[in-house]
Design a protein around this ligand. Structure first.
Ligand SMILES: [Zn+2]
Length: 338
């Protein structure tokens, strides 16, 4: 659950700043958070419906080898586990699935089991990291969260599913590829969503990301991280990714100029917007990081953190665009830090 802080629209020379505070969890109609970590809240999952032709992914050869159809199939698999809140049976099944997929792609896989100290007590969580070695010391770190918010019947096709589908497909492409100057680590993070209450707070959020950043700081590897690219909510139809305000400027410029070069200027838009998300623990430790997210559109459609965040909202074409841009941005980073 990223938190949207405020939005700025830039129109020509004039800057119109509109402050838009989304009150996460103040809606009394929303179900309250459950404290029962053992509840897998299994929900019957409807069979996937046919994807409209306009939402189909182009052939992988047109998106740098990244296959949007495969990424979509991954999202479908994740959604089929049902709601996947931290420490649930469903998230444990999801973790096994992610690990098995990564091994199948030939990735080296690390798991970090940790105990998150949440306001309702300790909670078992797990980060899973695919490591593609480089020829040099640098690391390019890609992030997604795979947990879902503890909301009844919430399967998180977009919020948690879409970016995880993209990163699983990214792992398939990169783990089988030739060695590059920098290592690429793809981290599948637990505990992005708030556990104890519906509301976001700095101390009750991004548990997996904080854990990973802290571990890398202790090991010293954080000094090797050249850039962090976070994807979150990247599969909806007609997405618009704003330039997230806290994200590092040179890295935003690199990703957004890559998108423009590939013809996706209408998707990676020039509007600024501030969102709290898994990139923050890395920014706080001085690491360049960028968040690719479309929270606004999904919220306006009434799908964010609701039971309507379902597979039919996901577009293989959008996953392909996101994957293409991240893949080419990784290539640009490899060239920059060779
Ligand atoms: Zn969320």
């Amino acid at each position: 659950m990223p938190r949207l802080l405020k939005s700025h629209w830039v129109t020509g020379a004039a800057t119109v700043a509109a402050v838009l505070v989304v009150a996460c969890g103040h809606d009394a109609a929303r179900p309250s958070a459950s404290v029962d970590a053992s509840s897998s809240n299994a929900t019957p999952v409807a069979a996937p419906t046919a994807v409209p032709a306009a939402e189909l992914a182009p052939p992988a050869a047109q998106t740098g080898g990244f296959d949007g159809a495969r990424a979509y199939d991954q999202v479908a698999k994740l959604v089929a586990f049902g709601p996947r809140p931290p420490a649930s049976d469903a998230i444990r099944a999801t973790q096994k699935y992610i690990h098995t997929q990564l091994q199948g792609f030939g990735c080296a896989v690390d798991e970090d089991d940790f105990t998150a100290q949440t306001p309702i007590g300790p909670m078992a969580m797990k980060n899973i990291v695919a490591r593609i070695p480089g020829t040099g010391q640098g690391i390019i770190l890609l992030l997604t969260h795979y947990d879902t918010k503890r909301v009844d019947n919430f399967v998180g096709a977009e919020d948690g599913g879409s970016s995880t589908g993209v990163m699983l497909e990214m792992a398939r492409v990169l783990c089988g590829g030739p060695k590059q100057p920098n290592a690429v680590w793809i981290a599948f993070l637990d505990g992005e969503e708030t556990q104890a209450t519906f509301e976001w707070s700095d101390t009750d959020s991004v548990y997996g990301s904080r854990e990973l950043a802290a571990r890398l700081a202790v090991s010293g590897d954080i000094k090797r991280v050249r850039a962090v690219i976070l994807a979150d909510m990247v599969g909806q139809k007609d997405p618009h990714f704003p330039r997230e305000s806290d994200s590092t400027k040179w890295l935003k410029d690199l990703v957004w100029s890559t998108a423009a070069r590939l013809g996706y200027k209408d998707v990676f838009v020039s509007q600024d917007e501030e969102v709290s998300d898994d990139h923050l623990p890395f920014l706080h430790r001085g690491v360049a990081a960028v968040d690719i997210i479309d929270l606004d559109d999904y919220t306006n459609q009434g799908n964010w953190h609701t039971a309507s965040d379902t597979l039919d909202k996901i577009s293989p074409r959008s996953l392909a665009i996101t994957g293409h841009v991240i893949l080419e941005s990784v290539n640009a980073l490899q060239a920059k830090f060779r």
